[in-house]
Design a protein around this ligand. Structure first.
Ligand code: PMP
Length: 426
């Protein structure tokens, strides 16, 4: 039988280096918040496939829905011959998206594609070119996705030139010295130094930066952006690829803003691991591109639509939005206790169940400790805990455990994390 080591050797020979892999583990099977590797070792999954498994691995309702769809039809290309689950999913997502205006929705396959499509529509609708994104943001690995992403290494290094007319403002991050006022000033600077507001098609932001470090955009910041966009006729896009589908305690994180974005992108957990992404937005904008300008061969695949509809059903039946808040509180309480014992843990933060800690050398906020973060993750995998790091400074440990995980499994994972902090002398 295959070992992790033997499979790693084959992987290294056959796959390029640029395709990262956090852990030298090959999975055999998984269930809810637990994973077993090819050697039979068990892991608690605090990564959730990078925010994809809010409903856990192989939720029975989702598996059942996909199997049923598989027996009916599994591909036509929606733009050739349509199928009801696609339309049903659009209707249901529209109903769950904030904004007191008519909306439309359609599907792609990846988060990056959803982002690209939102920008395409904003440009077509406004007849403007420029897009403003934020430092530390992550929007995907396609050419436009990379251009919008606010982190050079490893995402952009060597891959240019990038599409023109993309500008980066500062994302609010008080821990690292950027207030909401500073962030708004950086936008004013873009309008002053680089591009007139009248040429800006869209401002795109993550309600909580994901890859960038789990920094939460305060509601007053979103409200200020909304006002700025209204003033200048700019489309406000919430990239909810990582925050969406119940991670933050509401279906969409932007529900907590008190103002609505014009467009939302979703992917990841919306179909519990089946490849589909969505653009949901103001109907008057969404209808601007010409027929044939939007879509994709696999986009909105019937199996993924069936999975996404099952995810919505599971959220309702199992009250997963309430569970998201409860999981978030449980994680924050546990991490706050750890922070009290370990000086290197300087911040416990997040929205709903999108929770993280940030690590600094000796607790000194001027010394982000990426090395310690790496050691903790490496120690965790040995102990049977799949952890993810993130952050502009590589010093954040983020938790994306399935919302369906039992308290017992969450507590077991938290106890392992505590052991890691102690062992790594954090
Ligand atoms: N936007 C955000 C906020 C993301 O977190 C990600 C993925 N981490 C993407 C876009 C890109 O999604 P995908 O990898 O599915 O293209």
């Amino acid at each position: 039988t295959a070992t992790n080591q033997a499979l790693m050797a084959r992987r290294r020979a056959a796959l390029p280096t640029g395709l990262g892999q956090t852990y030298e583990v090959f999975v055999d099977r998984a269930e809810n918040a637990e994973v077993w590797d090819v050697e039979g070792k068990r892991y608690i999954d605090f990564a959730g496939g990078i925010a994809v498994l809010n409903t856990g691995h192989r939720h029975p309702k989702i598996v059942e829905a996909v199997k049923a769809q598989l027996d009916q039809v599994h591909h036509t290309c929606f733009q050739v011959v349509a199928y009801e689950p696609y339309v049903e999913l659009a209707e249901q997502l529209i109903a769950r998206t904030p904004g007191n205006f008519a909306k439309k929705a359609y599907f792609l396959s990846t988060g990056a594609e959803a982002v690209e499509n939102a920008v395409k529509i904003a440009r077509a609708a406004t007849k403007r070119q420029a897009v403003i994104a934020f430092g530390g943001g992550f929007h995907g690995r396609t050419l436009l996705g990379m251009a919008l992403t606010g982190k050079v290494a490893p995402y952009k290094a060597g891959f240019g030139p990038f599409p023109a007319e993309i500008y980066h403002a500062e994302f609010p991050n008080p821990l690292h010295g950027v207030t909401v006022a500073d962030s708004l000033r950086s936008l004013e600077h873009i309008f002053k130094y680089d591009v007139e507001a009248e040429r800006v098609a869209a401002i795109i932001l993550e309600p909580v930066q994901g890859e960038g470090g789990f920094y939460v955009a305060p509601p007053e910041f979103a409200q200020a952006l909304r006002a700025l966009c209204d003033q200048h006729g700019i489309v406000l896009i919430a990239d909810e690829v990582q925050t969406g589908a119940g991670r933050t305690g509401t279906w969409l994180a932007c529900e907590q803003w008190g103002v609505a974005p014009d467009m939302v992108t979703m992917a990841k957990s919306m179909a519990g691991g089946f490849p589909i992404s969505a653009v949901i937005g103001k109907a008057e904008l969404m209808d601007k591109p010409l027929p044939g300008g939007l879509g994709g061969t696999y986009a909105g695949n019937p199996l993924a639509c069936a999975a996404a509809l099952a995810v919505l059903q599971v959220f309702d039946e199992e009250k997963l939005l309430e569970r998201s808040k409860a999981v978030g509180q449980r994680l924050k309480d546990g991490l706050t206790r750890l922070a009290a014992q370990h000086p290197s843990v300087q911040d416990v933060r997040g929205l709903g169940a999108m929770v993280a800690i940030e690590l600094f050398k000796g607790g000194d906020l001027s010394q982000p400790d990426a090395d310690l973060t790496k050691r903790i993750c490496a120690d965790a995998i040995q102990r049977g805990l799949i952890l993810l790091s993130c952050g502009t400074y590589g010093n954040v440990i983020r938790i994306l455990v399935p919302l369906t995980a039992s308290d017992a499994v969450i507590d077991e994972g938290m106890a392992l994390l505590a052991d890691c902090l102690t062992a790594c002398q954090a």
